[in-house]
Design a protein around this ligand. Structure first.
Ligand code: KIV
Length: 293
């Protein structure tokens, strides 16, 4: 009778798949996506239970220090994908296809997308662009590689046109964005990132399409949200976009830690007794006698 009742064990956590995304939209459950560029951050994000990790080409800016995402290459991203894969067994893993890795031809796009799956261990890829790249989306998804779309501000080309400008401020611009969304859905995407689109238009797109929308700077009515990890953590000192929320200030924490470390080394307070390795007494005595002779 009674006695130590075992609390029922946690059910094993399910792997998030592309199908889970559509289910979540239908059930009205918001999707959480975050970028990640290394093993430890991916492991923490996965442990927290985010639904999806994006190996974004924002890596070029927030980790490599480039001014834009344009210089990022597939070869730079592949080892990052593998590290993230090792850390995150449950989240849906998506890689960004960098500038010029998918626009040149369908053949190129398929081979390059395939590298993220075969060599990077990713489960889906993301492509920036609207109706103008629907033939590429169609070609990649037709061979079975899930594609996440990305419309609105598309950073790979935005910088070439003079910077990031909020999209969908007029009704005609809004209609074009809805058309873009419909075109990429028709071409086969399983979801669409909406970047820096007015809240009204993002809402209209979310209601118009069957796949989930993942907003970044596109307001409250998207089916999910994505942010760059370094913006969440306050780790990208150059600037924080208006739409991002800084949940920590790691730049300041790192700064203080490194200042303390430098001061300790300079003042001789580090290393301390607990940080050093010692000989046993016998060996110490031998060393003393060697030094005397
Ligand atoms: O590269 C990136 O991180 C992105 C998103 C934030 C959507 O494309």
């Amino acid at each position: 009778m009674g006695g130590g009742l075992n609390p029922s064990p946690e059910p094993p956590r399910k792997k998030v798949s592309v199908n889970s995304f559509r289910r979540m939209k239908n059930e009205g459950r918001r999707i959480v996506m975050v970028t990640s560029y290394d093993y430890p951050a991916a492991a923490i994000a996965d442990e927290v239970g985010v639904d999806s990790i994006l190996v974004g080409d924002s890596y070029g800016m927030v980790v490599l220090g480039y001014d834009t995402t344009i210089p990022v290459t597939i070869d730079e991203l592949l080892p990052i994908c593998r590290a993230v894969k090792r850390g995150a067994p449950h989240s849906l893993l998506i890689a960004d296809m960098p500038f010029l890795s998918f626009q040149v031809s369908k053949e190129d796009a398929i081979l390059n997308a395939g590298r993220f799956i075969k060599e990077g261990g990713m489960e889906a890829i993301k492509l920036e662009g609207g109706k103008e790249i629907s033939h590429i989306i169609r070609a990649i998804s037709d061979i079975g590689i899930p594609v996440l779309g990305h419309i609105g501000v598309t950073p790979q080309t935005a910088t070439l046109h003079g910077g990031y400008t909020v999209q969908g401020r007029t009704s005609s611009a809004g209609e074009e964005l809805v058309e873009d969304a419909r075109a990429v859905v028709k071409a086969g995407v399983f979801g669409i990132v909406l970047e820096m689109i007015t809240e009204e238009v993002a809402k209209a797109i979310t209601e118009a399409v069957s796949v989930p929308t993942i907003g970044i700077g596109s307001g409250r009515y998207c089916d999910g949200q994505v942010l760059v990890l370094h913006d969440i953590l306050g780790l990208y000192a150059k600037f924080t976009p208006k739409f991002a929320k800084k949940y920590a200030d790691l730049s300041q924490s790192i700064l203080r830690a490194l200042q303390d470390y430098s001061n300790d080394v300079r003042s001789g307070t580090f290393p301390e007794e607990q940080n050093v390795f010692k000989m046993d007494e016998g060996q110490r005595a031998k060393l003393r006698s060697v030094r005397k002779n």
